[in-house]
Structure formats: C-alpha cells, structure tokens
Design a protein around this ligand. Structure first.
Ligand SMILES: NC(=O)C[C@H](N)C(=O)O
Length: 324
C-alpha cells in the first residue's frame, strides 16, 4: 500500500465563493479536509493542513518549509507527496521543489481555478488525480510534476497561461509529459534529469525586468544602486537587448551581480544568436547567463537557490546555463 503525504497550502482549491458578495476567499477550515476521509483507494494518505494562504502570499520561505517537510517525510517512509496550492505562484513552488528535492520521490503539485462551491469546480478532481499520479510507479524520477485538468506537466517547463480557464497550465514548446486517463496514468515524454541542489536558506533580492523597445539603462541603474543580489531579464526575441542598456549590464557584471537572461517570448529558448550591439552573442561574451528554456519566474527561483548554495562563480555559471 503506497503512503502519500498530502500537504495543503491554500489557494482557490481550498476556498469558497461567498453567495452574497461573490468574493472568493479562505473559509474557516479547508474544505478539502472532509474529502479525504471518503477517498477509498488502495493508498494511505497522511494529510496535513500545512499553510492556509492564497498563493500570492507564498514566499520562498514557505517553499523552504515544504522542502524540509518532504525530506522528513522521506525518512518516515512516504512514497510520494501531493501539494495543493494556489495557482498564481504554483509553478514557482513546484520548480523550487524540483531543483532542491525533485529526485527523491514523486512530488505532485495541484490546484484549482474554481473554488470549492462553484459549479464545475475542478478542485476535488485535480486533487484526486494528483494522488493517483503521486502513487504511480512511473512518476518516479520525473522531478516535481504539476497535475491539472487531466494533464501531467514537468515543474520545469509548465506555466499558468490563462487567468480563469481550467486548462490554464500549459507547457509551451514541449507539451505535457503525460496524461491522466479514466483508468491509467500515461507518460509520453522522457525528462532529461537536471541537477538538484539542496539549500538550508533562501534569501536574496533578485528582481525580474522585462525588456521593451526603447529601453534605456535608467531602470537598470536604479536597480544597481539599490542593493540587489542578482537580476533576471526577460529579453527580446531569441535573447537580445536594446543597446542603451549595455552600460548598466556591464556595471552589474563588474560588480559581481549575476545577470540571467531568458526570453519574453512564450515559446522557444534564449540563445546567443545575434552579433549586433545588444545582440545575444555579444551579451553572452560579456558574461550574461542564458538560462535555457526557463521562464523568468523560474530562472529567478533557480538563481535564488544557486546564491544560497555557496557555489563558486564557475559552479553558479554552469548551474544557471545547464542545457536541460
Ligand atoms: N486559482 C487560484 O488558486 C488563484 C488564487 N489567486 C491563488 O493563487 O491562490
């Protein structure tokens, strides 16, 4: 009998809509807790109401606490983990767990787009399918997974793409890694294993800036003078920046502040293609780190982990640019 640790953290999946005002918020207690007792499969559930917060309130500190609980769970002999979470920052928590403990056992993160008492609420169904995936033999060694709306996505590449639609979680460029069917869980893609790095702290100021036509160095200068530990830039196209930003980029790198670059495009990966001023090839030569295939919010989590792992400069650079 598989033993699955369920950690509820809050989010719409654990919220209810007020019949008078229509506002969706947390209730006195998590509605998912009642459900668990009626779940009659061959799976033992250990259920904990770990946090009870909407996901815009989630911080890297919450993620670190989840990671520690999972590591304790491994020592207690659990076979898998299901985390219920608000969808707004779900991908960040899932990715943090992926790069810190994703190799230990199946970790499945799920949520809902409709609250527990709305018609067509997707929470209970997503929760039950997440449990099935976490208990499935084939889910081992896939890193952290996100299960929503009958699809299985890798934490590494999944992203929230729609404000309200239940099919909001998508994996641009690569597609889902598997599907949950009526009776079987099937994986259709192989995941290249990535490095995991464990951390005991998760501190640091790493803003994300999106590049735009006509961008100057003013905004980047402001960031340099305020104390930041790293910067993630969502660059243009394949990984290019307006030339006026270059003095600020040089300044950041000269001050040993890692500058990580991803693309603001929804599909594809950023790479050093163009040799013109501000082009990716030039940025790469300057030491800008091209974070292959991740979106900006996950590149930020990755850099945060790297900075808290006391890596050498070379190790940090290699970790950030690894081709996965
Ligand atoms: N669907 C949701 O869960 C969204 C909610 N605002 C949250 O992230 O907590």
């Amino acid at each position: 009998m598989k033993k699955i640790l369920v950690l509820h953290t809050g989010g719409t999946i654990a919220m209810a809509e007020d019949s008078e005002t229509g506002a969706v918020s947390t209730k006195q207690s998590n509605p998912l807790l009642d459900v668990v007792n009626n779940f009659e499969q061959d799976i033992e559930l250990i259920v904990e109401d770990f946090f009870y917060v909407p996901s815009p309130h989630i911080t890297p500190g919450h993620m670190l606490a989840l990671k520690k609980r999972i590591q304790e769970g491994v020592l207690e002999g659990i076979d898998g983990v299901v985390i219920t979470h608000g969808t707004d920052t779900l991908e960040e928590t899932a990715y943090f767990l992926d790069i810190t403990v994703g190799h230990l056992l199946p970790i499945v993160v799920t949520g809902a787009m409709r609250s527990s008492n709305e018609i067509g609420s997707d929470g209970l169904y997503n929760f039950l399918t997440a449990i099935r995936v976490a208990a499935n033999e084939e889910s081992v060694d896939k890193g952290a997974l996100v299960v929503m709306n009958d699809e299985i996505h890798t934490a590494r590449y999944v992203t929230k793409t729609h404000t309200t639609n239940v099919a909001t979680f998508r994996t641009p460029t690569f597609g889902p890694i598997g599907l949950v069917n009526k009776h079987i869980v099937s994986f259709y893609q192989q995941l290249i294993t990535n490095h995991t790095i464990d951390v005991t702290s998760i501190n640091g100021q790493i803003p994300i800036v999106t590049a735009y036509a006509g961008m100057g160095s003013d905004i980047l200068d402001l960031l340099t003078t305020s104390k930041i530990d790293g910067l993630v830039i969502e660059a243009l196209g394949a990984g290019n920046l307006p030339p006026q930003t270059l003095p600020a980029i040089d300044n950041l790198i000269a001050n040993n502040i890692p500058v990580v670059l991803v693309s603001r495009c929804f599909n594809g990966v950023a790479e050093g293609v163009y040799g013109y001023e501000g082009g990716g090839a030039q940025l790469e030569k300057k030491g800008v780190l091209f974070c292959n295939g991740l979106n900006s919010q996950k590149a930020r989590i990755k850099l945060l982990v790297a900075l808290n792992a006391n890596l050498s400069k070379q190790e940090l650079d290699d970790f950030m640019i690894e081709k996965v």
